[in-house]
Design a binder for this molecule. Structure first.
Ligand SMILES: Cc1ncc(COP(=O)(O)O)c(C=O)c1O
Length: 434
């Protein structure tokens, strides 16, 4: 068992040594996702299967000497993904243009088809980008059904770069900016009513930005319900799904959204540097060609990335193999199980406020909290620092919520029960202090 005590943590040299302290314990026979032990068909039951999840954890280099609960930044590649990435990188570096001019297009196209199939859409409806930011900024900037007199709406939980892009539309398109502070505590009814009120009170709204899974609190929005309501009012919606695919089990048609930006380097476990833009085929005209590109009627004319990291894109295949072997529904259930485990352990502690609601459809793995109702950035940065310095638990402070700052906790598929139990114990101890 990993030593997560303060002493153990300090012996490892503190946060600075996290990379060096990687356990790197690969079995003599490299575990393979194909050799995962059988588990229950019911994802909720499988979520508690210790044998299964410890076999999953064997497929990753899990950092030792630290309880890493900040997997929201981006996700580690499993061993088979990393091995493939490294060998493809070496091969591409050797062959350079001989590979990229002859073969890369063919391989990239096969990956695009597979990704589209997994997401339940047509290959012609997706274009790869380097990350979700690139996809979403191209969608927000390219959406051209706007003009003076119109308004666009975003919320306090949206990602800062996307909020900035929405505000930039004032200059770019002459629109007015409307901002919604999402209700807290959130419920499906409260969220849907809040959007309904915005649309009713401000009929000039023509475009809404929605963040599918909030990076601030982990709140999962009832996207399909809001999209349906918006559509009835002839309002378009751009969905930021940067944190969704792989953390929750869904397919794009479930959202009924026409414009979505995603990445594959958070919860799909692809190499860093792979994102994608989705535009429903019949809605391509709503996005103008990217910076003077000729309008060839293809989504690839709506975003331009230039030369991309070939090996990173090729890593999507092994990452999806991994994702499928673990099972998208099992992954989602495991992350929720880990989240529920620490949240329920601290539920009776009134000095600790969990911001992400318990309504089943509204949360996934990420959950944020505050202690002693402290809402400043400094208080929460300091709380995250205490968790790290005293308990060896790595989390992150988040700001930007209308209600104030908080600390975010994000498990991964290889997080163990002991890790979230350690967090719960630390939080209960800290709640005793004034
Ligand atoms: C909600 C949200 N949107 C967008 C992004 C940007 O994603 P990427 O790093 O792939 O550009 C992030 C990244 O953390 C995010 O949390």
């Amino acid at each position: 068992m990993r030593d997560t005590s303060r002493r153990g943590f300090l012996r490892m040299g503190g946060a600075g040594l996290i990379g060096l302290a990687s356990s790197g314990t690969r079995a003599a026979t490299e575990p393979s996702p194909k050799n995962l032990p059988p588990t229950a068909a019911d994802p909720a039951q499988a979520a508690e299967d210790k044998t299964f999840w410890s076999a999953v954890a064997q497929l990753y280099d899990v950092p030792d000497g630290i309880v890493h609960l900040e997997h929201g930044n981006w996700g580690a590649m499993a061993h088979p993904v990393l091995a493939s990435y490294q060998s493809r990188q070496a091969e591409i570096n050797r062959d350079t243009a001989y590979y990229s001019r002859r073969l890369f297009g063919i391989e990239a196209d096969a990956i695009r088809r597979r990704v589209a199939r997994e997401l339940g859409v047509e290959a012609e409806e997706i274009a790869f980008t380097r990350n979700a930011t690139e996809a979403l900024e191209a969608l927000i900037g390219g959406y051209h059904r706007l003009g003076p007199g119109d308004a666009v709406l975003y919320s306090d939980l949206d990602y800062d770069s996307m909020q900035k892009a929405m505000r930039w539309l004032a200059k770019r398109r002459g629109v007015r900016i409307a901002k919604l502070d999402l209700p807290e505590p959130a419920s499906t009814d409260a969220i849907v009513s809040a959007y309904a009120r915005c649309l009713e009170e401000d009929p000039a709204i023509r475009l809404i930005l929605l963040t599918h899974v909030s990076h601030r609190t982990g709140l999962v929005l009832p996207v399909a319900k809001i999209v349906a309501m918006a559509r009835a009012a002839d309002v378009d919606v751009i969905v930021d799904s940067a944190h969704a695919w792989g953390q929750i089990d869904f397919r794009l048609p479930d959202l009924a959204a026409d414009f979505v930006g995603l990445n594959l380097h958070k919860w799909i476990g692809a190499p860093l540097g792979v994102g994608l833009m989705y535009v429903k085929r019949s809605r391509l005209d709503a996005i103008e060609p990217y910076m003077g590109e000729a309008d060839n009627g293809r989504i690839t004319s709506r975003v331009r990335t230039g030369t991309i990291n070939h090996a990173a894109l090729l890593g999507v295949g092994p990452a999806l193999d991994m994702h499928e072997c673990i099972g998208p529904a099992r992954k989602a259930a495991r992350l929720k199980y880990l989240r529920n485990r620490w949240v329920s352990a601290v539920a009776q502690e009134l000095r600790l406020q969990v911001l992400t609601p318990d309504e089943p459809g509204l949360y996934a793995g990420i959950t944020s909290f505050r202690l002693h109702d402290r809402r400043t950035r400094d208080a929460n940065v300091s709380l995250a620092a205490t968790l790290l310095d005293e308990f060896g638990i790595f989390t992150v402070a988040r700001t930007g919520l209308a209600s104030g700052a908080c600390v975010r906790v994000t498990p991964a598929v290889y997080t163990r029960e002991a890790d979230v139990d350690h967090l719960a114990t630390a939080l209960l101890k800290l709640s005793q202090r004034s």
